[in-house]
Design a protein around this ligand. Structure first.
Ligand SMILES: [Zn+2]
Length: 166
């Protein structure tokens, strides 16, 4: 973002067309930046939620929802099921999209978390892998502190709209 990809002049970061953005004052090109979408997974077994202990920074050693960034040439469902398999060795299906939350100024930039409910076909293959060191079930009403507030917000959406309260 330092240099204009149209004319190679140095960009400035300042107000243009309604927002602060990188843009080129020579050729007037605006260099838009957008949040990165993630597939963030709500995986329930009875009333227990599956969480992963993060094996990498940010927030290494803390618990969070399974999931990760979408990659190029994959749709949201493919990203969800790929992350599911990489982190847990489980296979399943996307049941629904529950909503989104946002997380600003992470080391990866701004992130759009898209929450999906996943149904698991067979729990017997569960094994932590890839970005997590451990996968465990937690009572959804007694969760540990999570790595990211945006994960807790997705869980709150899920609890409010998708679980029956007594
Ligand atoms: Zn330019």
């Amino acid at each position: 973002m330092k240099y204009c990809n149209q004319c190679s002049a140095e960009n400035t970061f300042s107000y243009i067309d309604g927002n602060n953005r990188f843009h080129c004052t020579i050729c007037n090109t605006i260099h838009y930046q957008n949040p990165k979408p993630t597939a963030t997974l709500i995986i329930m077994n009875q009333n227990k939620l599956l969480l992963g202990k993060r094996d990498r920074n940010p927030a290494k050693g803390q618990w969070g929802l399974i999931g990760g960034f979408m990659e190029l040439n994959e749709n949201l469902e493919q990203a969800a099921l790929r992350e599911l398999y990489e982190e847990t060795q489980l296979r399943g299906a996307v049941k629904s999209i529950i909503g989104t939350t946002s997380h600003f100024n992470t080391i990866f930039g701004d992130v759009l978390l898209i929450g999906l409910i996943i149904e698991i076909y067979d729990w017997s293959t569960l094994k932590a892998g890839d970005d997590i060191s451990e996968a465990s079930f937690f009572d959804i009403d007694k969760l540990p502190d999570l790595a990211f507030e945006s994960h807790q917000e997705l869980i709150n959406i899920f609890k409010k709209n998708y679980t029956r309260r007594n």
